[in-house]
Design a protein around this ligand. Structure first.
Ligand SMILES: *Cc1c(COP(=O)(O)O)cnc(C)c1O
Length: 379
Protein backbone atom coordinates (compact mmCIF):
# COMPACT_ATOMS: atom_id res chain seq x y z
CA UNK A 1 0.00 0.00 0.00
CA UNK A 2 1.24 3.50 -0.81
CA UNK A 3 1.24 5.15 2.61
CA UNK A 4 1.60 8.61 1.07
CA UNK A 5 -2.00 8.32 0.07
CA UNK A 6 -3.52 8.47 3.55
CA UNK A 7 -5.73 11.56 3.66
CA UNK A 8 -7.85 13.28 6.29
CA UNK A 9 -10.76 12.99 3.85
CA UNK A 10 -10.98 11.30 0.45
CA UNK A 11 -13.40 13.32 -1.64
CA UNK A 12 -12.12 11.88 -4.91
CA UNK A 13 -12.63 8.26 -3.86
CA UNK A 14 -16.11 9.09 -2.61
CA UNK A 15 -16.99 10.82 -5.90
CA UNK A 16 -15.74 7.94 -8.04
CA UNK A 17 -18.17 5.54 -6.35
CA UNK A 18 -21.18 7.61 -7.41
CA UNK A 19 -19.68 9.34 -10.45
CA UNK A 20 -22.38 8.45 -13.02
CA UNK A 21 -25.17 9.79 -10.78
CA UNK A 22 -23.30 12.97 -9.86
CA UNK A 23 -22.21 13.65 -13.42
CA UNK A 24 -25.77 13.19 -14.69
CA UNK A 25 -27.17 15.48 -11.98
CA UNK A 26 -24.67 18.23 -12.84
CA UNK A 27 -25.23 17.80 -16.58
CA UNK A 28 -28.97 18.16 -16.09
CA UNK A 29 -28.49 21.51 -14.31
CA UNK A 30 -26.26 22.83 -17.03
CA UNK A 31 -28.62 21.58 -19.70
CA UNK A 32 -31.52 23.41 -18.04
CA UNK A 33 -29.44 26.55 -17.28
CA UNK A 34 -31.58 27.18 -14.17
CA UNK A 35 -28.42 27.95 -12.20
CA UNK A 36 -30.19 29.95 -9.50
CA UNK A 37 -33.24 28.54 -7.70
CA UNK A 38 -33.60 25.64 -10.09
CA UNK A 39 -36.07 22.85 -9.23
CA UNK A 40 -33.24 20.82 -7.64
CA UNK A 41 -32.97 23.32 -4.77
CA UNK A 42 -36.60 22.84 -3.80
CA UNK A 43 -36.40 19.07 -4.26
CA UNK A 44 -33.28 18.76 -2.10
CA UNK A 45 -34.85 20.96 0.59
CA UNK A 46 -37.91 18.68 0.66
CA UNK A 47 -35.84 15.50 0.74
CA UNK A 48 -33.69 16.85 3.56
CA UNK A 49 -36.77 17.91 5.53
CA UNK A 50 -38.15 14.36 5.16
CA UNK A 51 -34.85 12.86 6.21
CA UNK A 52 -34.63 15.11 9.28
CA UNK A 53 -38.34 14.87 10.02
CA UNK A 54 -38.52 18.64 10.39
CA UNK A 55 -41.19 20.86 8.85
CA UNK A 56 -38.99 23.43 7.16
CA UNK A 57 -35.56 23.33 5.54
CA UNK A 58 -34.29 26.56 4.03
CA UNK A 59 -31.13 26.08 1.93
CA UNK A 60 -28.58 28.91 1.87
CA UNK A 61 -25.07 29.70 0.66
CA UNK A 62 -22.96 28.27 3.50
CA UNK A 63 -23.01 27.32 7.17
CA UNK A 64 -21.74 30.68 8.39
CA UNK A 65 -24.59 32.42 6.54
CA UNK A 66 -27.04 29.96 8.10
CA UNK A 67 -25.90 31.00 11.57
CA UNK A 68 -26.04 34.69 10.67
CA UNK A 69 -29.51 34.39 9.16
CA UNK A 70 -30.68 32.55 12.28
CA UNK A 71 -29.41 35.38 14.51
CA UNK A 72 -31.03 37.99 12.26
CA UNK A 73 -34.34 36.12 12.26
CA UNK A 74 -34.65 35.99 16.04
CA UNK A 75 -34.76 39.78 16.29
CA UNK A 76 -31.81 40.12 18.66
CA UNK A 77 -30.66 43.62 19.46
CA UNK A 78 -27.23 45.23 19.81
CA UNK A 79 -25.66 44.32 23.12
CA UNK A 80 -27.73 41.17 23.59
CA UNK A 81 -25.67 38.25 24.82
CA UNK A 82 -25.43 34.91 23.05
CA UNK A 83 -23.80 31.99 24.85
CA UNK A 84 -21.37 29.89 22.79
CA UNK A 85 -18.74 27.28 23.58
CA UNK A 86 -15.19 28.65 23.56
CA UNK A 87 -14.05 25.38 21.99
CA UNK A 88 -15.54 25.57 18.48
CA UNK A 89 -14.94 26.82 14.96
CA UNK A 90 -14.80 30.61 14.66
CA UNK A 91 -17.96 30.91 12.54
CA UNK A 92 -20.21 30.12 15.50
CA UNK A 93 -19.22 33.31 17.32
CA UNK A 94 -18.13 35.46 14.39
CA UNK A 95 -21.66 36.10 13.17
CA UNK A 96 -22.67 37.13 16.69
CA UNK A 97 -19.97 39.80 16.73
CA UNK A 98 -20.81 40.87 13.19
CA UNK A 99 -24.37 41.70 14.25
CA UNK A 100 -23.26 43.79 17.23
CA UNK A 101 -24.26 41.07 19.68
CA UNK A 102 -21.99 39.85 22.47
CA UNK A 103 -20.59 36.31 22.22
CA UNK A 104 -20.35 34.96 25.75
CA UNK A 105 -17.74 32.22 25.69
CA UNK A 106 -18.17 29.33 28.10
CA UNK A 107 -16.23 26.19 28.89
CA UNK A 108 -17.13 22.70 27.63
CA UNK A 109 -17.57 19.28 29.15
CA UNK A 110 -14.22 17.41 29.27
CA UNK A 111 -15.72 14.13 27.99
CA UNK A 112 -18.08 15.22 25.21
CA UNK A 113 -16.32 18.54 24.34
CA UNK A 114 -19.82 20.12 24.21
CA UNK A 115 -21.55 22.71 26.36
CA UNK A 116 -24.00 21.53 29.03
CA UNK A 117 -27.00 23.13 30.75
CA UNK A 118 -24.99 23.48 33.97
CA UNK A 119 -22.18 25.37 32.28
CA UNK A 120 -24.64 27.60 30.43
CA UNK A 121 -26.65 28.38 33.55
CA UNK A 122 -23.70 30.03 35.28
CA UNK A 123 -23.21 32.40 32.33
CA UNK A 124 -26.79 33.69 32.06
CA UNK A 125 -27.34 37.40 32.80
CA UNK A 126 -30.25 39.79 32.25
CA UNK A 127 -28.83 40.45 28.77
CA UNK A 128 -28.70 36.82 27.67
CA UNK A 129 -31.03 36.15 24.74
CA UNK A 130 -29.79 33.00 23.04
CA UNK A 131 -27.67 29.87 23.31
CA UNK A 132 -25.75 28.18 20.49
CA UNK A 133 -25.01 24.54 21.30
CA UNK A 134 -22.46 23.18 18.82
CA UNK A 135 -22.67 19.44 18.23
CA UNK A 136 -18.93 19.17 17.99
CA UNK A 137 -17.17 16.43 16.00
CA UNK A 138 -20.47 14.65 15.26
CA UNK A 139 -22.14 14.10 18.60
CA UNK A 140 -25.08 16.04 20.07
CA UNK A 141 -24.87 18.32 23.07
CA UNK A 142 -27.38 17.22 25.72
CA UNK A 143 -30.36 19.14 24.37
CA UNK A 144 -33.17 18.20 26.79
CA UNK A 145 -31.69 20.03 29.81
CA UNK A 146 -30.58 22.88 27.54
CA UNK A 147 -34.13 23.29 26.19
CA UNK A 148 -35.53 23.25 29.73
CA UNK A 149 -33.09 25.94 30.80
CA UNK A 150 -33.88 28.00 27.69
CA UNK A 151 -37.58 27.76 28.44
CA UNK A 152 -37.10 28.79 32.07
CA UNK A 153 -35.09 31.87 31.08
CA UNK A 154 -36.91 32.69 27.82
CA UNK A 155 -33.85 32.11 25.62
CA UNK A 156 -33.66 31.17 21.94
CA UNK A 157 -31.70 28.05 21.00
CA UNK A 158 -29.79 27.90 17.72
CA UNK A 159 -28.11 24.57 17.05
CA UNK A 160 -24.85 24.55 15.12
CA UNK A 161 -25.17 21.19 13.37
CA UNK A 162 -22.39 21.76 10.83
CA UNK A 163 -20.49 18.71 12.14
CA UNK A 164 -23.36 16.45 13.18
CA UNK A 165 -25.87 16.25 10.35
CA UNK A 166 -27.66 12.91 10.64
CA UNK A 167 -26.87 12.29 14.31
CA UNK A 168 -29.80 11.19 16.49
CA UNK A 169 -30.52 12.87 19.82
CA UNK A 170 -32.39 10.76 22.35
CA UNK A 171 -34.61 12.49 24.92
CA UNK A 172 -34.92 11.01 28.43
CA UNK A 173 -38.36 9.61 27.48
CA UNK A 174 -36.83 7.71 24.55
CA UNK A 175 -38.06 10.02 21.79
CA UNK A 176 -35.46 10.46 19.07
CA UNK A 177 -34.92 13.60 16.99
CA UNK A 178 -32.28 14.47 14.45
CA UNK A 179 -29.52 16.87 15.46
CA UNK A 180 -30.50 20.42 14.55
CA UNK A 181 -34.25 19.86 14.86
CA UNK A 182 -34.58 20.25 18.63
CA UNK A 183 -33.85 23.97 19.13
CA UNK A 184 -35.70 26.92 17.59
CA UNK A 185 -33.43 26.91 14.54
CA UNK A 186 -30.81 24.43 13.37
CA UNK A 187 -27.95 25.45 11.10
CA UNK A 188 -25.72 23.26 8.97
CA UNK A 189 -22.94 23.44 6.42
CA UNK A 190 -22.39 21.45 3.24
CA UNK A 191 -18.71 22.41 2.98
CA UNK A 192 -17.04 19.61 0.95
CA UNK A 193 -15.43 17.89 3.94
CA UNK A 194 -18.55 17.92 6.12
CA UNK A 195 -20.47 14.65 6.51
CA UNK A 196 -22.88 15.76 3.79
CA UNK A 197 -20.61 17.84 1.59
CA UNK A 198 -21.24 19.45 -1.78
CA UNK A 199 -18.66 20.45 -4.40
CA UNK A 200 -18.37 24.05 -3.28
CA UNK A 201 -20.13 26.02 -0.56
CA UNK A 202 -23.59 25.32 0.80
CA UNK A 203 -25.65 25.47 3.96
CA UNK A 204 -29.17 25.23 5.36
CA UNK A 205 -31.43 26.19 8.24
CA UNK A 206 -34.10 23.98 9.82
CA UNK A 207 -37.08 24.82 11.97
CA UNK A 208 -40.43 23.41 13.04
CA UNK A 209 -41.87 26.90 13.46
CA UNK A 210 -43.82 28.28 10.46
CA UNK A 211 -43.35 31.94 11.38
CA UNK A 212 -39.62 31.51 11.85
CA UNK A 213 -39.40 29.60 8.56
CA UNK A 214 -41.14 32.40 6.69
CA UNK A 215 -38.87 35.03 8.20
CA UNK A 216 -35.75 32.94 7.49
CA UNK A 217 -36.79 32.66 3.83
CA UNK A 218 -37.24 36.41 3.65
CA UNK A 219 -33.98 37.28 5.42
CA UNK A 220 -32.04 34.89 3.17
CA UNK A 221 -33.55 36.63 0.16
CA UNK A 222 -32.95 40.37 0.73
CA UNK A 223 -35.71 40.58 3.34
CA UNK A 224 -38.16 40.26 0.48
CA UNK A 225 -41.87 39.60 1.11
CA UNK A 226 -42.68 39.53 -2.58
CA UNK A 227 -40.80 40.71 -5.61
CA UNK A 228 -39.41 44.23 -4.99
CA UNK A 229 -41.11 44.52 -1.60
CA UNK A 230 -38.61 44.41 1.26
CA UNK A 231 -39.73 44.08 4.85
CA UNK A 232 -36.35 43.46 6.50
CA UNK A 233 -32.69 44.15 5.89
CA UNK A 234 -31.64 40.75 4.65
CA UNK A 235 -28.80 39.07 2.84
CA UNK A 236 -28.36 37.31 -0.47
CA UNK A 237 -27.69 33.72 0.49
CA UNK A 238 -28.68 30.98 -1.92
CA UNK A 239 -27.68 27.36 -2.45
CA UNK A 240 -26.58 26.94 -6.09
CA UNK A 241 -28.73 24.63 -8.18
CA UNK A 242 -25.70 22.50 -9.08
CA UNK A 243 -24.78 22.09 -5.40
CA UNK A 244 -28.38 21.15 -4.55
CA UNK A 245 -28.37 18.52 -7.31
CA UNK A 246 -25.13 17.02 -5.95
CA UNK A 247 -26.44 17.08 -2.38
CA UNK A 248 -29.66 15.38 -3.42
CA UNK A 249 -27.64 12.46 -4.80
CA UNK A 250 -25.39 12.30 -1.72
CA UNK A 251 -28.20 12.60 0.84
CA UNK A 252 -29.29 9.06 -0.07
CA UNK A 253 -25.88 7.85 1.07
CA UNK A 254 -25.64 9.88 4.28
CA UNK A 255 -26.62 7.06 6.63
CA UNK A 256 -24.27 4.64 4.89
CA UNK A 257 -21.49 7.21 5.18
CA UNK A 258 -22.18 7.55 8.90
CA UNK A 259 -22.03 3.78 9.27
CA UNK A 260 -18.61 3.59 7.62
CA UNK A 261 -17.35 6.39 9.86
CA UNK A 262 -18.68 4.54 12.90
CA UNK A 263 -16.92 1.33 11.80
CA UNK A 264 -13.65 3.27 11.40
CA UNK A 265 -14.10 4.88 14.82
CA UNK A 266 -14.73 1.53 16.50
CA UNK A 267 -11.64 0.08 14.88
CA UNK A 268 -9.55 3.00 16.16
CA UNK A 269 -11.15 2.58 19.61
CA UNK A 270 -10.20 -1.07 19.71
CA UNK A 271 -6.64 -0.41 18.58
CA UNK A 272 -5.96 2.57 20.82
CA UNK A 273 -8.06 2.17 23.98
CA UNK A 274 -5.29 0.41 25.90
CA UNK A 275 -2.48 2.81 24.97
CA UNK A 276 -1.64 4.77 28.11
CA UNK A 277 -1.53 8.51 27.57
CA UNK A 278 -4.34 8.37 25.00
CA UNK A 279 -8.02 9.06 25.67
CA UNK A 280 -10.29 7.76 22.92
CA UNK A 281 -13.49 9.69 22.06
CA UNK A 282 -16.16 9.45 24.74
CA UNK A 283 -19.60 8.38 23.53
CA UNK A 284 -22.49 10.04 25.29
CA UNK A 285 -25.55 7.88 26.00
CA UNK A 286 -28.05 10.41 24.59
CA UNK A 287 -26.72 10.76 21.03
CA UNK A 288 -25.37 8.71 18.17
CA UNK A 289 -21.97 9.82 16.93
CA UNK A 290 -21.51 10.49 13.21
CA UNK A 291 -17.75 11.03 13.66
CA UNK A 292 -17.16 14.13 11.62
CA UNK A 293 -13.85 13.94 13.45
CA UNK A 294 -12.21 11.14 15.41
CA UNK A 295 -10.47 13.13 18.11
CA UNK A 296 -8.06 11.80 20.72
CA UNK A 297 -6.76 13.50 23.82
CA UNK A 298 -3.00 13.09 24.17
CA UNK A 299 -1.82 13.82 27.70
CA UNK A 300 1.57 14.77 29.08
CA UNK A 301 2.57 17.34 26.45
CA UNK A 302 3.11 14.63 23.84
CA UNK A 303 0.49 15.75 21.32
CA UNK A 304 2.72 17.85 19.07
CA UNK A 305 5.44 15.20 19.10
CA UNK A 306 2.95 12.54 18.06
CA UNK A 307 1.56 14.73 15.29
CA UNK A 308 5.08 15.22 13.89
CA UNK A 309 5.88 11.52 14.23
CA UNK A 310 2.76 10.60 12.29
CA UNK A 311 3.43 13.20 9.60
CA UNK A 312 6.89 11.77 9.05
CA UNK A 313 5.24 8.38 8.58
CA UNK A 314 2.91 9.83 5.92
CA UNK A 315 -0.09 10.14 8.21
CA UNK A 316 -1.89 13.48 8.37
CA UNK A 317 -3.42 14.46 11.71
CA UNK A 318 -5.07 17.77 12.58
CA UNK A 319 -5.58 19.94 15.61
CA UNK A 320 -9.21 21.07 15.91
CA UNK A 321 -8.85 23.58 17.52
CA UNK A 322 -5.43 24.92 18.52
CA UNK A 323 -6.61 28.33 19.78
CA UNK A 324 -9.92 28.78 21.64
CA UNK A 325 -12.29 31.64 20.80
CA UNK A 326 -11.47 33.43 24.06
CA UNK A 327 -7.84 33.77 22.95
CA UNK A 328 -8.67 35.12 19.49
CA UNK A 329 -7.84 38.79 18.98
CA UNK A 330 -11.08 39.24 17.03
CA UNK A 331 -13.17 38.63 20.14
CA UNK A 332 -10.95 40.56 22.53
CA UNK A 333 -13.03 43.71 22.50
CA UNK A 334 -16.50 42.44 21.82
CA UNK A 335 -16.73 39.12 23.63
CA UNK A 336 -17.26 38.18 27.24
CA UNK A 337 -15.61 35.23 28.94
CA UNK A 338 -17.73 33.44 31.54
CA UNK A 339 -15.95 31.07 33.91
CA UNK A 340 -12.36 29.87 33.87
CA UNK A 341 -12.45 27.91 30.57
CA UNK A 342 -10.03 25.40 32.08
CA UNK A 343 -11.24 22.43 30.02
CA UNK A 344 -11.06 24.43 26.80
CA UNK A 345 -7.44 25.28 27.55
CA UNK A 346 -6.62 21.62 28.20
CA UNK A 347 -8.37 20.47 25.04
CA UNK A 348 -6.54 22.96 22.84
CA UNK A 349 -3.27 21.52 24.17
CA UNK A 350 -4.28 17.85 23.94
CA UNK A 351 -6.63 17.17 21.01
CA UNK A 352 -5.54 15.40 17.86
CA UNK A 353 -7.91 14.33 15.08
CA UNK A 354 -6.97 11.27 13.03
CA UNK A 355 -7.94 10.63 9.40
CA UNK A 356 -11.52 9.37 9.15
CA UNK A 357 -13.64 9.27 6.03
CA UNK A 358 -16.00 7.18 3.98
CA UNK A 359 -13.29 5.54 1.86
CA UNK A 360 -11.00 4.50 4.70
CA UNK A 361 -9.67 0.93 4.53
CA UNK A 362 -8.66 -1.37 7.37
CA UNK A 363 -5.02 -1.53 6.23
CA UNK A 364 -4.64 2.24 6.54
CA UNK A 365 -6.08 2.20 10.02
CA UNK A 366 -3.89 -0.71 11.11
CA UNK A 367 -0.86 1.23 9.92
CA UNK A 368 -1.96 4.40 11.76
CA UNK A 369 -2.64 2.45 14.97
CA UNK A 370 0.74 0.71 14.67
CA UNK A 371 2.57 4.03 14.27
CA UNK A 372 0.80 5.55 17.25
CA UNK A 373 1.69 2.55 19.40
CA UNK A 374 5.26 2.78 18.14
CA UNK A 375 5.42 6.41 19.28
CA UNK A 376 4.24 5.40 22.75
CA UNK A 377 6.69 2.47 22.66
CA UNK A 378 3.90 -0.04 23.04
CA UNK A 379 5.00 -2.40 20.28
C1 LIG B 1 -17.94 24.26 9.08
C2 LIG B 1 -18.52 24.88 10.27
C3 LIG B 1 -19.23 26.08 10.19
C4 LIG B 1 -19.27 26.96 8.97
O1 LIG B 1 -19.67 26.39 7.80
P1 LIG B 1 -19.27 27.04 6.40
O2 LIG B 1 -20.15 26.36 5.42
O3 LIG B 1 -17.81 26.77 6.18
O4 LIG B 1 -19.54 28.50 6.46
C5 LIG B 1 -19.84 26.55 11.35
N1 LIG B 1 -19.75 25.89 12.50
C6 LIG B 1 -19.06 24.74 12.63
C7 LIG B 1 -19.00 24.05 13.95
C8 LIG B 1 -18.40 24.20 11.52
O5 LIG B 1 -17.71 23.06 11.66
Amino acid sequence: MDMNKIQMVDLKGQYLKIKPLIDAAIAECIDNTAFINGPQVKRFGENLSNYLNVSYVIPCANGTDALQIAMMTLGLERGDEVIVPSFTYVATAEVIGLLGLVPVMVDVDPLSFNITANIIKNAITAKTKAIVPVHLFGQCADMAPIMELAKAYGLHVIEDTAQALGADYRFPDGTVQKAGTVGDIGCTSFFPSKNLGCYGDGGALFTRNKELAEKIMMIANHGQVKKYVHKYIGVNSRLDTIQAAILDVKLKHLDDYAEVRETCASRYDKGLASVSGITIPYRVPFSTHVFHQYTLRIAGGKRDGLKKYLEEAGIPAMIYYPIPLNEQEAFGEIGRIAGDLKVTGQLCAEVLSLPIHTEMVEQEQDYIIEKIKEFFKEV
